[in-house]
Design a protein around this ligand. Structure first.
Ligand code: GLN
Length: 475
C-alpha cells in the first residue's frame, strides 16, 4: 500500500474507495504482514472501523472530515489509547487498558485519522533497536535479519512496510529519527514543548517528545500541524502558534545557510558518510550555502544524556509498584516485598539497569558529581547549537554512525548500544527540532537517513529543506 494523505483524500472524494473499505483493507494487510516484522502489538479493528464510518458519514453530508480523513495511523504503545491495551512493551503493563486518550491521539482522530493499532517498541522507550520489548523484537522490513532501530521501531517498520500511512512515535534521545533512518522513512522530533505529552508515558520528562513518521516530508508536516500546539492538560506544551507547514513547501531553498558539524563526521561508517556527503552535494545544487561548523561539546553528550535520562527514568518508573496500573505479585506477604517482587518480575533488564543507574546518580553523595554536572554539560551542548545558529539556518549530518545492525549484535553490550545515539541525543538535550529524511541506501541495500536540525520552533525551515531535498532526489 503506497498511499499518502493526498492520495487518500483524492480517492475518497472521487469515490474510488470509502474510508471503511480502506480501513478494512489496511487492517487485513497489516495483520497478514505482521508475522514478518512484529511491528504491531495490538490491532484496533473496532475503533478503526467506527472512526472510518464517521469519516464516510461526514463526507456523505458534504462536510469537511478533516486533514487526515481516512488516513490509517499506527500509534507507538507508550501513547495512551482509551479502552485499548497500552503496554509500553513491558510485561508489567501487558494487560493495562488506558482510561483516557493522549491529546495527540484525540487530535489525530478529530482530524479524521484512523488509528489501526499500537506498535511495538523498546520497553518504556528505552533502547535503540526495539530488542528490549517484552513481546519480542521488531525486524527491519528492509532486511529482516536486522533491527529497525529504536525505540519506536514498530512505528517506523509499519510505515516502511506500508501497513500504515502515518505513525506516531516518541523521541527522548533519538527514538523517532534513528528508526526512521534505519527503515528508510521520514521521522520528526519537534521542538520540546511543541506537542503535548498528555497521555505519553513518561520516560525522561525533560527530554520526551511525541513525533510523526511518514513516507513523505509533506505528510509529516501535516501530521505535526495536527498534533502540535498548546494543550492545557500539559503545562510544558508551548503557546507558540503552529504554522501551516505543508502550505509553505515550494521546493525553493536558495540561499539557505547550512552547517556541517565536524564532530558529526568523526567515527562515521564510510558507507553512511558517502551518502550524507552526496546529500550535502544535492543541497548545494539546490542553492544552499554549506559551511563547516563546530559543536565542541558533542563528545560529552552520551554521558550527559545517560545520566539525565536515567535519573528522570528512575523517578518516573517508581509509579509501577503493583499498587496502581500493573499486575501485582501475588506471592508477596509484606508490602515492601510486594513492591520488590512486582518490579523484579515486571521490568526487563534494560529498565532495571536504568533504574539502578538513575537512582545512583541522584543519591545524596553523588548528585553533585553526576546529575548536577550533567545538567551543566547539557547547558553547554545547548549553547553550542545556539552559537551555530548565529551562523547558519540549518544543520545537517548523519542520524546514526552506521546503518541498521543485525539482531543480537549489540543487545548484550549496553555501552555499544548507547554509543550509537551520539548524533541524535544532542538535538534532544538542546530541545531543538530535528528530523531524519531518507538519503539513499548502502551498497548492501540498507537505508540511511540525513538529519536536519533547526532553531527552536523553526520546524518550518527544517521541513522546507527536507521537502526540497526529497523532491529533488525522489529518495
Ligand atoms: N536510545 C536512546 C535510549 O535508549 C533513546 C531512546 C528514546 O529516544 N526513547 O535512551
Amino acid at each position: 500500500m503506497s498511499h499518502t494523505i493526498d492520495s487518500i483524500r483524492k480517492g475518497l472524494h472521487e469515490k474510488q474507495f470509502s474510508a471503511e473499505e480502506l480501513a478494512r483493507e489496511t487492517l487485513a494487510f497489516a495483520e497478514a504482514e505482521n508475522p514478518k516484522t512484529n511491528a504491531y502489538l495490538t490491532f484496533a479493528p473496532e475503533r478503526a472501523i467506527a472512526q472510518a464510518r464517521r469519516v464516510d458519514e461526514t463526507l456523505a453530508r458534504s462536510e469537511d472530515p478533516g486533514p487526515l480523513a481516512g488516513v490509517p495511523i499506527a500509534v507507538k504503545d507508550v501513547i495512551l489509547t482509551r479502552g485499548l491495551r497500552t503496554t509500553c512493551a513491558s510485561r508489567l503493563l501487558a494487560n493495562y487498558i488506558a482510561p483516557y486518550d493522549a491529546t495527540a491521539v484525540i487530535r489525530v482522530e478529530q482530524a479524521g485519522g484512523v488509528i489501526i493499532g499500537k506498535t511495538n517498541c523498546d520497553e518504556f522507550a528505552m533502547g535503540s533497536s526495539t530488542e528490549n520489548s517484552a513481546f519480542g523484537p521488531v525486524r527491519n522490513p528492509a532486511a529482516l535479519d536486522r533491527v529497525p532501530g529504536g525505540s519506536s521501531g514498530g512505528s517506523a517498520a509499519a510505515v516502511a512496510q506500508g501497513t500504515a500511512v502515518l505513525a506516531l512515535g516518541s523521541d527522548t534521545g533519538g527514538s523517532v529519527r534513528q528508526p526512521a533512518s534505519f527503515c528508510g522513512v521520514t521521522g520528526v522530533t519537534p521542538t520540546y514543548g511543541r506537542v503535548s505529552r498528555y497521555g505519553l508515558t513518561a520516560f525522561a520528562s525533560s527530554l520526551d517528545h511525541i513525533g510523526p513518521f511518514s513516507r513523505s516530508v509533506r505528510d509529516s508536516a501535516v501530521l505535526l500541524r495536527t498534533i502540535a500546539g498548546r494543550d492545557e492538560k500539559d503545562s510544558t506544551s508551548a503557546f507558540a502558534p503552529v504554522p501551516d507547514y505543508a502550505a509553505a513547501l515550494n521546493g525553493d531553498v536558495r540561499g539557505m545557510k547550512i552547517g556541517l558539524p565536524k564532530e558529526f563526521f568523526e567515527g562515521l561508517a564510510s558507507e553512511t558518510g558517502d551518502l550524507i556527503m552526496a546529500a550535502v552535494g544535492e543541497l548545494q545544487k539546490l542553492g544552499c550555502e554549506v559551511r563547516e561548523i563546530k559543536l565542541p561539546h558533542t563528545p560529552y553528550a552520551i554521558a550527559c544524556y545517560y545520566v539525565i535520562a536515567t535519573a528522570e527514568a528512575s523517578s518516573n518508573l517508581a509509579r509501577y509498584d503493583g499498587v496502581r496500573y500493573t499486575a501485582r505479585a501475588s506471592s508477596a506477604s509484606t508490602l515492601a516485598e510486594m513492591y520488590r517482587v512486582t518490579r523484579d518480575e515486571g521490568f526487563g533488564p534494560e529498565c532495571k539497569r536504568r533504574i539502578m543507574l538513575g537512582t545512583y546518580v541522584l543519591s545524596a553523595g553523588y548528585y553533585d558529581a553526576y546529575y548536577l554536572k550533567a545538567q551543566k554539560v547539557r547547558a553547554l551542548v545547548a549553547r553550542d547549537y545556539a552559537e551555530a545558529f548565529e551562523q547558519v539556518d540549518a544543520i545537517v549530518g548523519p542520524v546514526s554512525p552506521f546503518p541498521a545492525f543485525r539482531l543480537g549484535e549489540k543487545v548484550n553490550d549496553p555501552v555499544a548500544m548507547y554509543l550509537s545515539d551520539i548524533y541524535t541525543i544532542t538535538g534532544d538535550l538542546a530541545g531543538i527540532p530535528c528530523m531524519s529524511v531518507p538519503c539513499g541506501k548502502t551498497p548492501e541495500g540498507l537505508p540511511v537517513g540525513l538529519q536536519i536540525l533547526t532553531r527552536h520552533f523553526n520546524e518550518m525551515d527544517m521541513f522546507r529543506l527536507a521537502d526540497a531535498y526529497q523532491r529533488a532526489t525522489s529518495l
